[in-house]
Write a protein that binds this ligand. Sequence first.
Ligand code: C2E
Ligand code: MG
Ligand code: MG
Length: 392
Amino acid sequence: MQRILVVDDDRNILGAIKRIAGRQYDVLIAGNGDTALSILGDRGDICAIISDMRMHGMSGIEFLERAKKIAPHVPRIMLTGYIDAEVLTDAINRASVYHFLKKPIESPRLLGILDECVELVSRAKAADPNAPDDQKIADALKDANPGEEFSLLYQPRVCSISGQTKSVEALMRWNSPVLGPVSPAVFIPAAEKSGDIAWITDWALVTACRAWAKWRDTAGASMSVSVNISPVLFKDARLVDTVSQAIDMSGIEPECLELEITEGLELNQRNTVIETIAGIKTLGVRLSLDDFGTGFASFSYLQSLDVDCLKVDRSFVSNATSNPTDGAILRTVQQLGKRLGVKTVAEGIEDMEHADFVRSLGYDEMQGYHFSKPIPADELTAWMQMRPASAA
Ligand code: C2E
Ligand code: MG
Ligand code: MG
């Protein structure tokens, strides 16, 4: 039987959850955050955590934030009596809350959410059991020849209103002669640990900027290009020189280069990070915050990062049309972007319904398989020419 952990001091709620989920799930109960954290630390078999917002001792958000550190792969669900934009933003930013469950609890909704959690956890566990370990990746990276083994694919980002291609995101692919094709989700974290990420990023920056120059020269294309940069590189001011060199070597207009950073920037490195960001902004390069909603950024932190764009994580888009709470989260992120005066982009647009919904919320741009999968540089101009101008 799958196990869930419920944290609440309200007997009525605990009773309701046990009644609804008790037949299918082993429901572990904790009356406060401290007890729940120790249960979580002891057991590796929990597939969902449900927590009330208000509890004695520590708040629901604080508890879920700490739970995320102990067991990041276990989806977190927050019980709420009402949906408030500020609370939602805080819960998403600090604790990456996966779902919000409104009181009184409705049986089909709770069971539906728990089904999704089981699926998520089993997918995380099953994800590529044969994936090479970090050491094998580091060894293969040491001998890697970037020109032969690495390539960049580009995924278009289009204006929600006009359908025009505004930007393309460079996404790295590695076909190692030793390990075969390795996903960036696997080799980037390993390269961050081994330190190889620095030269890999140099290569990606120069390659993407040169591709931009070629699109401009051959097709007169005017969109920008974005490159993903690992948070670890922001701890070192040399990133500014690397970016500056890529601009010089390729002739890209700095304002057409965008760097995507995730919320994983370590807050205790804040000063160096802010200095590096300031150096990059001085070059005229733009910054966007990727996978927004999955990290810890607070409103004031966002302001000090001085980003130009928020890219909301695709996990919020996938359920938004069928789930009012996820829809509310998407709306909140768009409003937050507006308050900050930055562009908002929705990732993971897979069908027309996603596109219509995201457009109705006021997102500036969209990206996803509905428009195009990531494609090689030389296919991009053909893709743009084939596309009707108003196909948003
Ligand atoms: P990301 O930057 O958030 O990139 C978006 C990912 O979502 C890409 O996966 C893309 O192929 C995928 N995607 C795009 N549209 C859809 C859609 O409609 N549905 C679904 N299900 N997925 C979609 P990819 O290429 O496997 O990259 C995964 C992650 O690896 C990236 O996430 C990024 O964090 C990292 N990454 C990729 N290239 C680089 C790089 O050059 N440097 C660094 N530091 N990280 C990179
Ligand atoms: Mg990205
Ligand atoms: Mg992303």
